[in-house]
Design a protein around this ligand. Structure first.
Ligand code: FAD
Length: 539
């Protein structure tokens, strides 16, 4: 197989143009091209009036050796690298002990799946409900202002990313191509096959729900076992080693390999781990607001005359501004054609985030506009001081929103002028159950407000209309990543002071987003499998 990169075609090219371009580029005849597959497709929108697609293609040729020889000095023609996934080991027959995976978000899903595929029959413990029931509870907050603390946007089957835009890209280093494994498993679970090749794939909420169910079924078929509504309330330890876990109903499960994939919102579990002596430290994260604009404004700014072209879909953006007060403000979890969602897991607090459907065809574009903070900003030096900091601002948001789970909101024009908003303009905010207009001036620490006030006009220079008067800010965005790192060793991925405990994914501070959490789940599954079989080497 041969890989051809950087093949550029106009945006609206017919399918047949790809084959014609391959033949032309390589100077081969139709019968020499046995088949081609698209490995990657990205778009080049630098020239808005002439946006193009750029392809990376894998080719099966009748005359591969001859073509390779002819193009040996061409960096765009090379043998296709092996990106397939290889299991590090297999469970021996009659292995008595079973690994436990706590949490069934993207990290726990992939940890459990890979362990199951290697024959280790994991037991998955998830505090929330199965995804269909969880969906009803989640909508209960959005529609009826009723929060279920154990079943919501953060907790339940599928984890935090289930009600999301389902963006599947990540900037983590991936030398072993784990992201391909993740994408292939998602496609097996009914994700749209195009996620395998488009540059910034996304799935959208409804499809994610079905995929999560299918992946659970696969794990069960392979001998895995699930316990929902089973919160782990205690880690059972003996001489600094894990020997099992205790559930909220008092049941004890023995295991000396426990994957901790609990996400960034399991604050009670962080506390329990801290009380049990598991080493953790405070880590930086970001805080800010969600901003909503008309999607058409973003499309125009990004795609010019091609705005609205269905081949391009709804446009996204990525922005960063370094402020004079030393803070960095950046866009976070941008959701084209999506909605802002209520994402608290604790009563009497308000947290924003964003989601979309696969079609991304809602009226508004939304994104977090967040400011980087460090443990020096937290109240005190306790490892869980970041959690306290989050709670403080989430409670403040609840109060500013009127104490009804409405999000406090303000028009960008008013925010920049520091006057309360009293009336919405062109942009109707999408946050449910509702938005309470106010002055967001006291919704975040002063340095964050100052930084966002400086950044919005700076972003206007990159996206015309970004600081438009009627754009709406809602808050607060506090769950951008975990406030703690549950440190683990680099070689065997076990906690630095608790043998048999594998801190993983976003909650442990080793991932940020669906793809990186899933990749971390694979890495940890490999480490567990190697440890259980007495294998060596770095996972
Ligand atoms: P989580 O997904 O948080 O899963 C942790 C699981 O552990 C939860 O199901 C929880 O119930 C369970 N758990 C916690 N404590 C216990 C316990 N004591 N006992 C048993 N179970 C427990 N990322 C993207 O890449 N793209 C996006 O488009 C995107 N959109 C998002 C939209 C929203 C609304 C939200 C909230 C997040 C979004 N994210 C997105 C972030 C993404 O969801 C997370 O990065 C990812 O889910 C982290 O995966 P995880 O498996 O580490 O943790």
């Amino acid at each position: 197989m041969l890989r051809l990169t950087d093949l550029q075609l106009p945006l609206d090219h017919p399918d047949a143009a790809i084959q014609a371009a391959i033949l032309h580029r390589l100077g081969i005849s139709e019968k020499e091209l046995i088949r081609y597959t698209i490995f990657k497709r990205s778009s080049d929108a630098r020239k808005k009036s002439a946006i193009s697609f750029i392809y990376t293609l894998d080719l099966e040729l009748g005359n591969e050796a001859e073509v390779m020889q002819r193009f040996k000095n061409d960096r765009h023609v090379a043998p296709t690298p092996d990106t397939s996934y290889h299991f590090v080991t297999q469970a021996p027959a009659r292995l008595a002990s079973r690994p436990v995976v706590i949490g069934f978000g993207p990290c726990g899903i992939f940890a459990a799946l890979i362990l199951a595929q290697m024959g280790f029959r994991p037991i998955v413990l998830e505090r929330g409900k199965v995804v269909r029931e969880r969906t009803k509870d989640t909508w209960g907050l959005w529609r009826k202002r009723e929060l279920q603390p154990e079943s919501n946007v953060q907790f339940g089957e599928g984890g935090a990313g289930t009600f999301s835009d389902g963006k599947l890209y990540s900037q983590v280093k991936d030398p072993r191509h784990y992201s391909r494994k993740v994408l292939h498993e998602f496609v097996k679970a009914d994700a749209p096959p195009e996620i395998l090749y488009i540059n910034k794939p996304h799935i959208g909420t409804f499809r994610l729900v079905k995929m999560v169910e299918l992946m659970r079924a696969t794990i069960e078929e392979l001998g895995g076992e699930f316990r929902f509504e089973s919160k782990v309330e205690q880690l059972d330890l003996e001489d600094g080693k894990v020997c099992g876990v205790t559930l909220a109903n008092g049941e004890h499960l023995a295991s000396d390999h426990v994957v901790l994939a609990i996400g960034h919102s399991a604050r009670d579990t962080f506390q329990m781990l801290y009380d049990s002596g598991v080493y953790m430290e405070a880590k930086p994260f970001s805080i800010g607001f969600r901003i909503e604009h008309p999607q058409s404004l973003i499309d125009r700014a990004r795609f010019g005359p091609n705005a609205g072209n269905t081949l391009l879909g709804a446009a996204d953006y990525k922005l960063v501004h370094h402020c004079t007060n030393g803070r960095a403000v950046y866009s976070f979890c941008m959701c084209p054609g999506g909605t802002v969602v209520a994402a608290t897991s604790e009563p009497n607090r308000v947290v924003t985030n964003g989601m979309s459907q696969y079609s991304r065809n809602e009226r508004n574009a939304n994104s977090g506009i967040v400011v980087g903070i460090t443990p020096a900003d937290f109240p005190g030096n306790h490892p869980l001081a970041g959690v306290e900091f989050q709670r403080q601002w989430e409670s403040r948001a609840f109060e500013l929103g009127g104490g009804t789970y409405d999000a406090p909101g303000q028009l960008v024009g008013d925010f920049l002028a520091n006057r309360p908003s009293t009336e919405l303009g062109e942009v109707q905010p999408s946050y449910k159950p509702g938005v309470h207009l106010c002055n967001l001036d006291t919704a975040l620490p002063d340095y964050a407000i100052t930084a966002i006030r400086e950044a919005l006009p700076a972003f206007e220079k990159q996206i015309k209309g970004f600081s438009m008067r009627d754009a709406v800010l809602t808050g607060v965005e506090t769950r951008t990543s975990s406030p703690v790192r549950i440190k683990r060793k680099d070689d065997d991925l076990q906690s630095i002071n608790t043998v048999g405990l594998y801190p993983a994914g976003e909650g442990a501070g080793y991932a940020g987003g669906i793809m990186s959490a899933a990749i971390d789940g694979i890495r940890v599954a490999e480490a567990v499998a190697l440890s259980m079989t007495g294998g060596s080497g770095q996972a």
